[in-house]
Design a protein. Structure first.
Length: 82
């Protein structure tokens, strides 16, 4: 549902997911747009195929080294909003 709202947004859309192969993420990347995903060790911000930043979840205390998925999602949303 939320991904469908991206088409209605007049601003820039950055999708994020814990799975870098999620269909919405791969489609957005294919059009050279920004996405954020978790690769198991890092939160990765990329534009198309280019990696812009890699944030180790081990340095984000609330994620408990990547164990707390909801906190990983919160961190990805924060990174996207920055």
């Amino acid at each position: 549902m939320v991904a469908k709202m991206g088409d209605k947004c007049s601003g820039r859309v950055i999708f994020f997911a814990q799975n870098q192969y999620h269909p919405v993420i791969t489609a957005h990347r294919a059009t050279n747009k920004k996405v954020i995903y978790f690769d198991g060790t890092y939160i990765v911000a990329s534009k198309g195929s280019r990696v812009m930043y890699r944030f180790p979840v081990s340095e984000i205390p609330r994620t408990k080294d990547g164990v707390l998925g909801v906190q990983i999602e919160n961190a990805m949303a924060t990174i996207g909003a920055a």
